[in-house]
Design a protein around this ligand. Sequence first.
Ligand SMILES: [Zn+2]
Length: 252
Amino acid sequence: MQRVIDEMAKAKNDVERRLRQYIPEIIRECMAFGYLKKNFTFDVSDLSDRVNARLIALSDAILDDIESRAKWAISYAEEEDDEEAILLYIKRKIGEEDIVQRLDKHCSTLRYFLEGWIAIGMVNKLKEYELTNNILSYIDNPFASPLWQEAFNAGYYSTAIRSRGYSYGKGNQRNVLSALTEIERYAINEAFQYGRLLHYGKTGAIGYIIHRGSSYDCPHCDSNCGFVIPLNDIRLPQHNRCVCWSEPIFSQ
Ligand SMILES: [Zn+2]
């Protein structure tokens, strides 16, 4: 389990690296429209399509990272034979959305804020790297940035600025970095946990027991420990931060 936790711990860096790669690419696409300044939006010429193409590439790149770390998790679960099935499992629909739709949703949130950020960058004559650093510094909440506070009263066209965030999608996580990181972490953990259960099945186990992997207070995780669970009842990970692990049970 520790090796999987180590793999999960790399998710934030993966996502940040991808954002540092793709945000400047999107800024560059917008350069030709720098003269629009406060009037800048993505709805000019074919810019919107080009920005969307870069965001899809970002989402794809994160999915690639997820799959390559999930493959490590599958090898730690000693279940390489079922790699393909496990990768399909982690990409399955949870609720209404599969993994690509979940990634795309957060990339759309990024788009919403980027449009405002890029207009602010044009008005303040920020260099590409300065703007990228600003975006990442305030990724948890762009509205907290002094540049955004200044922009709110300056008559910008961008939806996010004009509406002061009121048009922001309900139920969406504002922090794109942490939202994307959670998806990656969870998928890596799922690949390992599901792989373990498949592996137990092949070794003749009749079920499994869950053990807590950390001591932080979690009544939900506690309530699933200490009794035998059938192998087809997949309960791990129990939530985003869960680091519980399983042990196979064989009949006496
Ligand atoms: Zn847990």
